[in-house]
Design a protein around this ligand. Sequence first.
Ligand SMILES: O=C(O)CCC(=O)C(=O)O
Ligand SMILES: [Fe+2]
Length: 359
Amino acid sequence: MPLQRLFQVSTKMAPTLSTANFADPAEVTEFVVNKGNGVKGLSETGIKALPDQYIQPFEERLINKFVNETDEAIPVIDMSDPNENKVAEAICDAAEKWGFFQVINHGVPLDVLDNVKAATHRFFNLPVEEKSRFTKENSLTTNVRFGTSFSPRAEKALEWKDYLSLFFVNEALEYMNKSKTMVRKLLEYLGKNLNVKELDETKESLFMGSIRVNLNYYPICPNPDLTVGVGRHSDVSSLTILLQDQIGGLHVRSLSSGNWVHVPPVPGSFVINIGDAMQILSNGRYKSVEHRVLANGSNNRISVPIFVNPKPESVIGPLPEVIANGEEPIYKDVVYSDYVRYFFKKAHDGKKTVDFAKI
Ligand SMILES: O=C(O)CCC(=O)C(=O)O
Ligand SMILES: [Fe+2]
């Protein structure tokens, strides 16, 4: 049966499903990945059962009871505290012990946050024809990419997420610009603690030479317990600044206990995490921690991470300032774009990417 008849795709109406199940996985892939409907399109067909290729191996599913057993929480840091040393100390401490923290009163105007969330919903609500102009096959620039899952061609099991990855969109640009002061401050604090006296041009290009903003959309999932929104991974960034909505679902692996700890939505906050590049530059002092996102059975969720990265051509390795004290380097120098290419070539696999740079 032609796919159009299965889904009755039309530009005016959301696709409707005339059959309760998808017998042929190839048709699902064609609809979601190749035709650009994404999992949002699939969710909106009213699909009742999760297609097989989204079923994650048992050990990759986040079973709720195991999550709720912990009362650990990542630190929430108030950046408006007049005692700046105390703020810096709390940030560096969190970067070492958790690799993750939330910041409030960060100076980024709240309407900027609301605007970028609204823009995210506007984008994903566009007709498929509009969005699929930015798929890998169709996009006129590699700076804008609309896609689904993480790397569908490399994955055994797909992830229940669509995304738009971009550099230039008005709202995102405003969001990026308005966040810059805060990002610089965070990096100055973290750098000082590594004996990096100032964020000069060289350091700036190493820590924040390129920036990517992703708009993530996690539609309602028919069997959320069988799959994931995003599988276990660490970010390849130096720092990730994440805006999430009020739905929740992001979980972080606690370094001290190994438990998966929920990151509760705090209105007006950013979730900040250390990425692999910073772990490497700091010779392992700051931790790039595993995290994952649950699929949700009753709510659509969005998130907007800003990935603050080294310049693609930067060579990253333990900073001279860090190993000046005689510390043994545990990472070698790698070209950042090689590192990123290695990350995107494989499915999400926890903390394995960083092995690429291990001595
Ligand atoms: O959506 C989230 O909360 C996190 C997404 C994430 O981990 C990523 O995009 O790298
Ligand atoms: Fe991430």
